[in-house]
Design a protein around this ligand. Structure first.
Ligand SMILES: [Fe+2]
Ligand SMILES: [Fe+2]
Length: 200
């Protein structure tokens, strides 16, 4: 995908395809959380079912946009890093919410403005609008991750800050790199201590 410039239709399609693939994984991830982990409050399951619905909308919007360029989902190779983290964290709901929604999905918040600008800069206004809608919904998904992460930490008597550092080491989570979308992260419920740690 890297070798195709975004100014070409194929390059733009490759980028949209990569995003569509992430959304398809995100549907599976949201539903996986629902069926895999038992004993959580009813609202936990309701949250992730409605997240799955939003991920399905994101996938559909991106796929339709891709179809408009003459390509379809499946036309390019796709990477598997989201699902690899899902597999690594399959035995612990705390690790799952710590490292999938509030780490990998939160990285999506960081990446969104630059990707949107790239699309708009090559004249893809529609793509930019889809990215805006996705960002708005993803803030909610990360917020659910933060809410349930803290809830489980509280249940287990764990400190959320030090536990997160432990989990990133234990599961070899990707290092977070700037630029950070601090506004979006704030809206998604990261507190100031967590945001300061990102910057350091
Ligand atoms: Fe999404
Ligand atoms: Fe999401």
């Amino acid at each position: 995908m890297k070798h195709l410039p975004l100014t070409t239709i194929e390059g733009r399609a490759a980028l949209l395809h990569a995003l569509a693939h992430i959304e398809l994984n995100a549907i599976d991830l949201a539903l996986d959380i629902v069926w895999r982990f038992s004993g959580m409050p009813e609202q936990f399951y309701r949250d992730w079912v409605s997240i799955a619905k939003e991920e399905a909308l994101h996938f559909t919007l991106l796929r339709n946009h891709l179809l408009g360029l003459g390509f379809d989902y499946g036309d390019f190779d796709a990477h598997n890093s989201l699902w690899e983290m899902a597999e690594k964290t399959q035995d612990d709901v705390l690790a799952r919410v710590a490292l999938v929604p509030r780490t990998l999905e939160a990285r999506g918040l960081d990446a969104s403005p630059a990707v949107k600008n790239k699309l708009v800069s090559v004249g893809d206004k529609k793509g930019g609008e889809i990215l805006d809608l996705i960002l708005k919904d993803e803030i909610g998904h990360v917020a659910a991750g933060n809410h349930w992460y803290r809830w489980i930490c509280n249940q287990r008597g764990l400190d959320p800050i030090s536990t997160y550092a432990d989990l990133t080491r234990k599961y070899d989570a990707p290092r977070l790199r700037p630029p950070f979308n601090l506004d979006a992260r704030r809206l998604a419920g990261f507190d100031e201590v967590e945001l300061r740690q990102l910057a350091s």
